[in-house]
Design a protein around this ligand. Structure first.
Ligand SMILES: NC(=O)c1ccc[n+]([C@@H]2O[C@H](COP(=O)([O-])OP(=O)(O)OC[C@H]3O[C@@H](n4cnc5c(N)ncnc54)[C@H](O)[C@@H]3O)[C@@H](O)[C@H]2O)c1
Length: 315
């Protein structure tokens, strides 16, 4: 049974990682600025799950969390997430994502924690140069979000090299599932469909990007966490496919009878303002070969699972 510190344990992915670790008997400490409802009920139900409140930007808060947790490894989910948020608050994004992650790395060095699984993103690549890319694709991030997330990877590589840490970067594309915290497709479409509201997105139908169900993301994180030795320090935890938003809208219409979800052609704009860069699919050959990762869901079965869970309520 391992002891795992999760930064961002109140978040969409972090809370789900916490639940999966707790279910297999690990001891989990969540560090976050807030205590969200999922982690709160998990902690109430399971004596091996605790929460520590603090911010990544305050070194003593991070040091306290690492000291209290005395973890075997850290799963680093906390961040200012998303292109729109990062453009709205570039300085905070820099502080939380870069300075905050350095606090985590420095605490690992000082408290003798060897392994980090860091949640990274396809935004570190910038414009994809092909429809299907692997982990060796050049990293030319564009928005503060991707720039800071790439900086975290590079700083972690430096800490790994100079201080003997093991920092593994799980690069995920668009993760979807119930309780996604930002207004983005497919959640916006699904919320409308399930509420019986018609939704027409004026543009974005031609935009393609790999979409991974949150349960597959969590499975990949746990595989990276558990593998004793890594030959690589970065893995795509994705599906290797690239549904368009028009295809996703059609799947939702088929799965939610009577739903009126449509999307016009053209590129996607975050928050209806910021054009998304060219994206595509993330090859998962490395994760398959090295981690034994095999996503359970394609986009259709993932959306069906999302709908089933949203209808049934929190599990
Ligand atoms: N959801 C996606 O589609 C996606 C895609 C690629 C990568 N990621 C990465 O996965 C990770 C988790 O993303 P998510 O979707 O769960 O986001 P989220 O916003 O739900 O979770 C982030 C958590 O970090 C916490 N946090 C923010 N600032 C903090 C601070 N200063 N100190 C401590 N905690 C702080 C928030 O309170 C939140 O609970 C992030 O690192 C993100 O970059 C997410």
């Amino acid at each position: 049974m391992a002891r795992i510190l999760i930064t961002g344990g109140s978040g969409f992915i972090g809370a789900r990682v916490a639940a999966a670790l707790a279910a297999r008997g690990d001891t989990v400490v969540s560090f976050d600025t807030v205590v969200g409802p999922e982690i709160a009920s998990l902690a109430e139900a399971n004596g091996r799950v605790t929460t520590v409140t603090g911010t990544l930007t305050e070194w003593p808060h991070v040091a306290d969390a690492v000291r209290i947790a005395a973890p075997d490894a850290i799963v680093h989910c906390a961040a200012v997430v998303g292109v729109v948020n990062s453009l709205a608050s570039p300085v905070t994004t820099m502080r939380v994502n870069v300075e905050g992650s350095l606090h985590v790395l420095e605490c690992m060095r000082l408290f003798g924690v060897r392994r980090l699984v860091n949640l990274s993103t396809e935004e570190i690549y910038g414009h994809f140069t092909a429809d299907l890319i692997d982990e060796e694709h050049p990293c030319r991030p564009i928005a503060p979000y991707g720039i800071t997330k790439f900086a975290v990877e590079q700083l972690a590589r430096d800490h790994a090299r100079t201080h003997g840490l093991e920092c593994i970067h799980v690069r995920t594309p668009w993760v979807y599932g119930p309780r996604f915290p930002r207004p983005r497709a497919p959640m916006t479409m699904l919320d409308a469909a399930l509420a019986g509201r018609p939704l027409h997105m004026a543009r974005g139908g031609d935009f393609v990007v790999d979409h991974v169900h949150v349960d597959d993301t969590v499975a990949g994180i746990l595989l990276a966490l558990d593998k004793p030795d890594h030959r690589y320090d970065a893995y795509h935890i994705a599906t290797g496919t690239m549904p368009s938003l028009a295809e996703i809208a059609a799947i939702i219409r088929a799965l939610v009878p009577g739903s009126e979800i449509t999307v016009g052609p053209g590129p996607y704009y975050f928050g209806d303002k910021v054009a998304a860069v060219r994206k595509g699919a993330l090859a998962i050959d490395r994760a398959r070969a090295e981690l034994g990762y095999a996503p359970r869901h394609d986009i259709r079965s993932g959306i069906a699972a999302y709908i089933a869970e949203a209808v049934a309520g929190p599990r």
